[in-house]
Design a binder for this molecule. Structure first.
Ligand code: F0G
Length: 359
């Protein structure tokens, strides 16, 4: 008999660390098991002796880390007999909720800020067949509405205030430790609603408690300058950034994120949209890794803090790349407007000339 084991997702892989039983019907799209890619050119470019790995969560089934939380949240919703799930979203949670609801055969309602979610995310959510409710308000308003509605209608909230979301997402920390053989020294990630920093810290802490690893990383949470409540120290009412995924002013996991920062000896910082886009482009052009703008905030932060010495040379650093660059084609194309493709005559001569002009 073959001993080959087909990968069937993170709940199966980490079932002894997740709240499922032998009889639980698992709703999965084989999420997780995402690549840890060591950056080769950027450390050389900045002239620093650091090991930077990116955890490319954009390679999950719906293109973001939300799939980790959603496999758990939808599995538990179905186990509890729920027929419908609901979330507010800046785009990725809605795509993941829609996909896992389709897989489970239940309904998904998603509240999204009108005109403020990236095209790829809208396309996915439409295709997976969710009921899309666009509101003329931002994510924070949508979140408040979802909490109110869920008290009066038979729907399960699958935002990260649902603790099963955090349990699913903590598996990213397990994968990192399993891959590296130890915890990194620093873990850099973008912070919006703050569910993910909460989840990583929970994952590292559980592994350290079980002695799978002997240390936990310093947690570095990076935000967009126009949406940086953790840097301000208070909630923000009108968050604004081109990184629409993290256009959030009232993060739900406020206390948990502060606990992660304090217990790990970490910090929060903020970056202008231009810095975020520059990091996104740098990663694409020097490493061949295309993430969405919000995700590049992790690298923008890491590069700044490596540059200043706050993250010392010799460190092992992991940056989470939360979502795939294909999610937001408009922002990518607008950023490359100077290099827009020109159309030439379809002849050998013209093509040869075009190539020689560039060499
Ligand atoms: N990066 C991306 C690509 C995201 O979509 C999000 C959050 C974050 C980072 C921030 O993670 O909220 O756990 O601190 N997106 C949510 C959504 C809000 O609705 O898709 P967080």
């Amino acid at each position: 008999m073959s001993t080959h084991k087909h990968y069937t997702g993170l709940i199966e892989r980490y079932r002894d660390r997740l709240p499922v039983s032998a009889s639980t019907r698992i709703i999965s799209l084989n999420e997780g098991n995402t690549p840890m890619i060591q950056l080769q050119n950027i450390p050389r470019l900045i002239g620093k002796d650091v090991d930077i790995y990116v955890k490319f969560e954009g390679l999950n089934p719906t293109g973001s880390f939300k799939d980790r939380g959603m496999t758990m949240a939808v599995t538990k919703a179905v186990e509890d007999g729920s027929q419908a799930i609901i979330c507010a979203s800046t785009g990725n949670t809605s795509a993941a909720a829609a996909a896992y609801a389709a897989r489970a055969g239940i309904k998904a309602f998603v509240l999204i800020p009108d005109g403020k979610i990236a095209q790829g995310k809208l396309a996915q959510t439409l295709m997976y067949g969710a009921e899309i409710i666009q509101i003329n308000g931002n994510f924070d308003r949508g979140m408040a509405l979802v909490k109110e509605v869920a008290e009066q209608a038979p729907v399960t909230i699958v935002n990260s205030i649902n603790p099963f979301r955090i349990d699913g997402q903590k598996t990213a920390a397990f994968e990192i430790v399993d891959d590296l053989g130890s915890a990194p020294d620093y873990h850099c990630l973008p912070v919006g609603n703050a569910g993910n920093i909460t989840a990583y810290w929970k994952g590292y802490t559980e592994y350290a408690t079980s002695r799978v690893c002997s240390t936990r990383p310093v947690m570095c949470g990076y935000q967009a300058a126009g949406a940086a409540p953790f840097v301000a120290g208070h909630m923000i009412d009108e968050p604004e950034t081109i990184a629409t995924a993290i256009r959030i002013g009232h993060p739900q996991s406020w206390d948990f994120a502060w606990a992660a920062q304090k217990e790990s000896g970490g910090w929060f910082d903020k970056f202008a949209d231009e810095q975020i886009l520059a990091a996104q482009k740098m990663l694409s052009q020097y490493e061949g890794i295309f993430c969405e703008p919000a995700s590049a905030t992790s690298l923008a932060g890491a590069l700044q803090d490596i540059g200043s010495g706050k993250i010392p040379e010799g460190s092992k650093i992991v940056c989470t790349l939360t979502g795939n660059g294909l999610k937001d084609p408009d922002t990518a194309i607008a950023q490359c407007s100077a290099a827009h493709p020109v159309t030439i005559e379809a002849s050998l001569d013209a093509v040869k000339r075009a190539i020689l002009d560039c060499l």
